[in-house]
Write a protein that binds this ligand. Sequence first.
Ligand code: GAR
Length: 203
Amino acid sequence: MKNKVKIAVLVSGGGTNLQALIDAVNKGIIKNGEISVVISNNSSAFALERAKNNGIEGLTILKKDFADQLAFEQKIKDVIKERGVELIVLAGFMSILSENFTREFSNRIINVHPSLIPSFCGKGYYGLKVHEEALKKGVKVTGATVHFVNEIPDGGEIIMQKAVKVRDNDTPEILQRRVMEQAEWKILPQSVEKICKKIIKEK
Ligand code: GAR
């Protein structure tokens, strides 16, 4: 068997999607990829604990430690290249990557977003805010999307989507949890496996 695809997971917070990826590797749902490094732009992200508990290298790279976005992204690039990473997964990474970065890794960066794109997405739509807006609008169905990352926030090609029902009396927090359980934690690992398989085939 050819070498597994090395994956970098970029995180900012709790890291439940990272956990779903770790579990999927352990269960053999992800067969063609392995998580080589977890990069956080927040030093107190619980995702770093999850990496540590699973023997995965975890690094904190803070924007404030660099002169500008370009220098911050250059550091991420250096880490990724040193480790031979071929797929970058944004799993709750709350920072928008510049065109300079996304162009260099075209079709090699994927993101999970907690709505059915093109609804409730783009600049300013992240985390709980997405679910608040969905409830405000009164949609009866929401869900999650995994997509390639390009220069347009949440604008890249869609890889997978899964719908989730909105219930009466949902709060943003309750809806967020349901979308994670029923959609994100399923389609993110499935998408990662799909892309890793494709990368290996193309080698
Ligand atoms: C997830 O719901 C993810 O879809 C969302 O943030 C949460 C992170 O949770 N991402 C975005 O909104 C990106 N636009 P996690 O840290 O527990 O995986």
